[in-house]
Design a protein around this ligand. Structure first.
Ligand code: GLV
Ligand code: MG
Length: 359
């Protein structure tokens, strides 16, 4: 077991100190680009104005004979374009592939000061994160970087799902996780009709109204094949202060299906999703932006409960401290009163008392 006192020590001499908190920035969509396509390199700065995160994809979807071009194109785009506030990420090739070592060494050396996050595919356990963690520290030291590059794991194998709590807690570099339904379905022999979609055969059916006549019409509805795994990912991330994302929805034309999938992930606690086409940027923007009334209400809560503590009466209802869940940073400063206090005693303080205590 690693000495807990060493957890925040750099893993190489001269590497930057690990971060203690994951920066919470707009991250509603991670827009995937293939920079082996020269047109994409030319358009990168313009696309960056439309997305929260721009990701240079090097892994699946990039053909073997364009791997090198995708890496070089990403370097060119990063060196020649101004991405403003938009974060630059990359998805490197998987750890057993012949390209990943060059992906990491070249990118950190050439554009390490611009890369915020490295997305690592097919992570199976903490050991995969430990490998990338140490290597990044060595490369950061060599490149004299003053800020650590963070790691984002894709959850897309059955073994990764089994180990996801350990993956989330494997390193202070862990920024978050994305849910990868395409590879996960393949890894588990699931049957789905498209990437991120479900299956019309996966359903529940109401009990028969007449047990003697089970063939009579009964209501039946398609169920969500992904609920269990996304819920586990959200818990692993929420409990470690990292950020959960929904991954790809592969049917670009089915905008309603995409929006429904993104919204289910948002409601379960995900902060964003991947966009594979500009149309999905707009869907993610719509789904993952907190509604104005929620922002107004959050302001009201912050005014009434500036220290974010306890449970209070606001608008005639008993509310816990802190903003609504969708506006909260990954590790909420306030724990639920149920865990901090015994059940006895008044659960709600009156708002006036809190407001008058405001600075
Ligand atoms: C993403 O990489 C997926 O496999 O769904
Ligand atoms: Mg995948």
């Amino acid at each position: 077991m690693r000495n807990p006192r060493d957890f925040f020590q750099p893993l190489a001499i001269g590497a930057p100190e690990p971060l203690r908190e994951i920066p919470v920035k707009p991250s509603r969509m991670i827009h995937f680009l293939d920079f082996s396509n020269e047109k994409m390199v030319a358009k990168a700065a313009d696309i960056a104005t439309k997305t929260d995160i721009l990701l240079g994809n090097l892994e699946d979807a990039i053909p073997v004979d364009r791997k090198e071009a995708a890496r070089q194109g990403l370097i060119k785009a990063a060196k020649e374009s101004d991405f403003g506030q938009t974060a630059l990420w990359t998805r490197v090739n998987s750890l057993e592939s012949p390209w990943v070592l060059d992906d990491l060494t070249t990118l950190v050396t050439e554009i390490g000061d611009q890369l915020e996050v490295v997305m690592v595919p097919k992570v199976e356990g903490a050991w995969d994160i430990h490998y990338v963690d140490r290597l990044l520290a060595q490369l950061e030291a060599k490149a004299k970087l003053d800020r650590p590059i963070l790691i984002h794991a894709i959850l897309e194998t059955a073994q990764g799902v089994v180990n996801l709590e350990e993956i989330a807690a494997a390193s202070p570099r862990m920024q978050g996780m994305s849910f990868g339904p395409a590879d996960l379905a393949a890894s588990r022999r699931m049957k789905t009709t498209r990437v991120g979609g479900g299956h019309p055969g996966y359903r529940v059916m109401e009990d028969p109204a007449d047990p003697e006549n089970p063939e009579a019409d009964r209501v039946s509805a398609q169920q969500d094949l992904w609920h269990y795994s996304i819920a586990r990912m959200v818990d692993a991330c929420a409990s470690t202060g990292t950020l959960p994302f929904y991954g790809p929805f592969g049917d670009i034309k089915d905008t309603a299906g995409c929006e429904t999938q993104f919204r289910a992930a948002f409601l379960m606690g995900c902060v964003g999703a991947w966009s594979l086409h500009p149309v999905q940027i707009e869907i993610a923007k719509k789904v993952f932006s907190p509604p104005p009334e929620e922002v107004r209400f959050a302001r009201k809560v912050l005014e009434a409960i500036p220290d974010g503590r306890g449970v209070h009466m606001i608008d005639g209802k008993c509310r816990r401290g802190g903003p609504p869940a969708s506006l909260r940073p990954p590790r909420p400063p306030v724990r639920s009163i149920g865990r901090r206090r015994p059940a006895a005693g008044p659960l709600c303080r009156q708002p006036e008392a809190r407001v008058s205590a405001a600075p």
